[in-house]
Design a protein around this ligand. Structure first.
Ligand SMILES: Cc1cc2nc3c(=O)[nH]c(=O)nc-3n(C[C@H](O)[C@H](O)[C@H](O)COP(=O)(O)OP(=O)(O)OC[C@H]3O[C@@H](n4cnc5c(N)ncnc54)[C@H](O)[C@@H]3O)c2cc1C
Length: 358
């Protein structure tokens, strides 16, 4: 299908929900994803999800991916994967690279759901083999069944750092410690408690300054920091490890939106540079919608709800107002408001009100 009604770029929870809703309403939908298996981040998540029952609480991420993928196939939604969207062109078509084939797709509406990229940290020898992003370690262990090393030092105590630490322990990898620059653990108590029960030390107000080793990581030098996050001399510790795992946050993957001429704004609460969008998930270019981590670094539950809103709105933008679409949008917006009412989500509400008009 080279001219679908709606082309969804990214087959994670946000993109899959967007595609399912738009297809159920009656649109011709195409999903393009660069992984061999659909599901985005979910395919790496072997743990049971937190949140509410309506949003798959208690279900393992990998099983949520299976449920959504099953729906995609039942609805006969066309998918092109693994294939990468490599460009957005002046005639509003996109370039798709599949193996050695490059071709163009021109849709009536686009929904970008490309997710996020991991933030990296610069320290001495940070390019030594054995220094990984948390996502790479998760992919190695949970997708390909490869244990990345024997003893890990994790940098960052947000939910990702905590969850991946626990998954390392489950895979038989020793976790030498978690380093956190702030004076408190960033992730949910439930994840931190599991880690503490397993006896993993969490070094608060510490950072990594150097990876050590000849050909690959053999140890890490960490140090305490002062109020300005500067290393305090004399507090250095050497931690023996063969993996250093960086889990210091994610940034929305919005390169294609820059190319498409969408307005981008820096909003720290949403994860950095994000495409400006309204509550219908429409960007500054009305035929382009966004959803999920690309629109704000949050969770799979909110990504799916934003996907539903984007899918129903993209449908209405082509086929006109529709009662069923309206009901889907209202329900998803109300569920989003409930989830974002929690103290953890206040930053998102604040961030989403920061978009400049015009
Ligand atoms: C360790 C960890 C634990 C988590 N635990 C939970 C939890 O318990 N509960 C919860 O609700 N959330 C959890 N999350 C968060 C959740 O996984 C994400 O918020 C969610 O996956 C975001 O969905 P998305 O569809 O926006 O992006 P993604 O899931 O990242 O999907 C984006 C997809 O787009 C593809 N893509 C990107 N660019 C292109 C391109 N140019 N061409 C083609 N394809 C492209 C990507 O490869 C990917 O497949 C966790 C995340 C992590 C990392």
């Amino acid at each position: 299908m080279t001219n679908p009604d709606i082309c969804v770029i990214g087959g994670g929870p946000a993109g899959l929900e967007a595609a399912i809703v738009a297809r159920e309403l009656g649109a011709q939908v195409l999903i393009i994803d660069d992984n061999p298996v659909l599901g985005g981040q979910l395919i790496k998540q072997t743990h049971k999800f937190f949140g509410s029952k309506e949003h798959y609480c208690g279900v393992r991420g990998i099983n949520i991916a299976r449920i959504l993928t099953q729906k995609v196939s039942e609805l006969k939604i066309e998918t092109i994967n693994p294939a990468t969207v490599i460009g957005y062109y002046d005639d509003d078509s996109i370039g798709v690279l599949q193996q050695d084939r490059l071709f163009a797709i021109k849709a009536k509406r686009y929904i970008f759901a490309t997710g996020a990229t991991e933030n990296m940290l610069a320290f001495e020898n940070s390019d030594l083999p054995g220094v990984y992003g948390a996502g790479a370690v998760q992919t190695l262990m949970n997708v390909y069944g490869v244990i990345p090393g024997k003893r890990a030092l994790v940098v960052g105590s947000g939910n990702i750092g905590l969850i991946v630490s626990y998954q390392l322990l489950q895979a038989g990898v020793e976790v030498a410690g978690i380093v956190e620059i702030l004076d408190k653990v960033g992730g949910y108590y439930v994840h931190a408690a599991k880690i503490k029960r397993a006896g993993v030390p969490i070094y608060l107000r510490h950072t990594i300054v150097e990876a050590r080793g000849k050909e690959a990581v053999e140890s890490a030098l960490i140090t305490q920091v002062d109020d300005n996050f500067k290393p305090i001399k004399g507090t250095e510790k050497i931690i023996e490890c063969d993996i250093i795992l960086i889990a210091i946050g994610l940034s929305p993957l919005c390169d294609l939106l820059y190319q498409a001429g969408c307005r981008i704004q820096y909003i720290p609460e949403l994860g950095g540079n994000v495409p400006v969008h309204n509550e219908d998930m429409m960007t500054s270019r009305p035929h382009i919608f966004v959803c999920g981590d690309l629109a704000s670094i949050e969770e799979a539950s909110t990504a799916m709800l934003e996907g539903r809103i984007a899918g129903a709105n993209a449908f209405q933008a082509i086929f006109g107002k529709n009662d069923k679409a309206k009901a889907i949008i209202e329900e998803a917006k109300s569920e989003l408001a409930t989830i974002r009412n929690s103290p953890f989500e206040q930053r998102i509400i604040k961030g989403k009100t920061k978009f400049k008009q015009g």
